[in-house]
Design a protein around this ligand. Structure first.
Ligand SMILES: NC(=O)CC[C@H](N)C(=O)O
Length: 353
């Protein structure tokens, strides 16, 4: 007898073992990362998703809060082939359902073939297949989570001082901690603003650069952030990572689209079109830029040619779809933050229109 069930939108119900009890639902996605489970599980961009690890053993070097990217576990549930007790206990303490002893290869193949899909989970002694199906049927499409930013952003501005080398206004759409620390380590003072900050809030900071963070869900729902970008376009240098790239591009007249199953892992090859150099990158996204508007493509994904980097010399914009902060993952692209600081330090200050 199983004590956990996973209901998929294609009608199947898989049996599993409960490691952290509960019922929940979310968009089913997978990551191919073989290390960095603490960073992935605390990455706010996984809000409203159920995260499957394709690597079969998760948790073999314990759980340490120094490696967390935010204060809580962010996916709604976790699926793995085998979870160690350390990870299972952590997820149970955080009330995040977790299941293992399931054929994750089959789940990954399904998502690759049919796309990210609605999923329901029921785990624990009283769980039934019907409970999981009920959860799956109540799962909303990601784009219906219109105010997802409220779940992951600061509610009040916070200043983190790094030495005064530059003032960065960071729109916190669900920022990973290591994006903020990467800026602080380079001497920047980071003014962390809520995801729904107004152009006036940004002007009050008098920043050298506007930075739009990563974040969960559909970038088209981050309307306030797009309005801020629109208000300062051409007057203030801008940078963004992942959702930040998507929000900046949409605000400047481009657009985004949903991918079939996205990119989630730590070995995504990215080619810089100016240098022809290929680097390995960390990624976690389900949307991509399909129309770059006024921005120029500087980097592409080697596997599928999707846009990985954009810039505009005229507008002083530089963005990345992948995660240069590299937690988890390779450090190949950390230089992005030096470029952001250069951009900030090269500009005279201006006020909003
Ligand atoms: N990591 C991110 O910022 C993800 C951005 C967006 N939510 C996507 O899935 O594409």
């Amino acid at each position: 007898m199983s004590d956990a069930y996973i209901a998929l939108a294609d009608g199947r119900v898989l049996e599993a073992r409960a490691r952290a009890p509960g019922r929940t639902r979310g968009e089913l996605v997978f990551t191919t990362a073989y290390t960095g489970y603490e960073e992935s599980l605390t990455d706010p961009s996984y809000a409203e998703q159920i995260l499957t690890f394709s690597y079969p053993l998760i948790g073999n070097y314990g759980v340490r809060s120094e490696r967390f990217e935010s204060e809580s576990v962010q996916p709604r549930a976790t699926i793995a082939r085998e979870l160690t007790d350390d990870v299972a206990d952590w997820l149970a303490d955080e009330d995040v359902p977790a299941v293992d002893h399931v054929d994750t290869r089959e789940i990954v193949t399904t998502v690759r073939e049919e796309g990210a899909m609605a999923c329901g989970i029921a785990a624990g002694p009283d769980a039934t297949p019907e409970d999981a199906v009920e959860e799956m049927e109540a799962c909303e499409p990601m784009s219906d989570h219109v105010d997802i930013g409220a779940q992951v952003s600061v509610s009040e501005p916070i200043v983190r001082e790094g030495g005064g080398a530059a003032d960065v206004a960071l729109l916190d759409c669900g920022a990973k901690g290591s994006i903020i620390s990467s800026l602080i380590e380079r001497g920047a003072d980071v003014h962390i603003l809520p995801y729904d900050a107004t152009p006036e809030d940004v002007a009050d900071v008098d920043p050298d650069v506007l930075f739009v963070s990563n974040g969960p869900g559909d970038p088209e729902n981050f309307v306030a952030a797009q309005e801020v970008v629109d208000a300062f376009a051409g007057d203030l240098p801008m940078a963004g990572i992942c959702l930040g790239q998507q929000v900046i591009t949409s605000a400047l007249g481009g657009s985004t689209e949903k991918m079939a199953f996205g990119h989630r892992g730590v070995n995504q090859p990215v080619k810089d079109l100016r240098t022809d150099k290929v680097v390995m990158t960390t990624q976690n996204h389900g949307y991509t830029v399909d129309d770059t508007g006024p921005l120029e493509v500087t980097q592409v994904n080697v596997n599928d040619d999707t846009v990985e980097g954009l810039d505009s010399e005229e507008l002083d914009v530089i963005t990345r779809q992948y995660h240069p902060e590299a937690n988890p993952g390779p450090h190949d692209s950390l230089g992005f933050f030096d470029e952001v600081l250069d951009l900030a330090q090269s500009q005279p200050r201006v006020a909003a229109d």
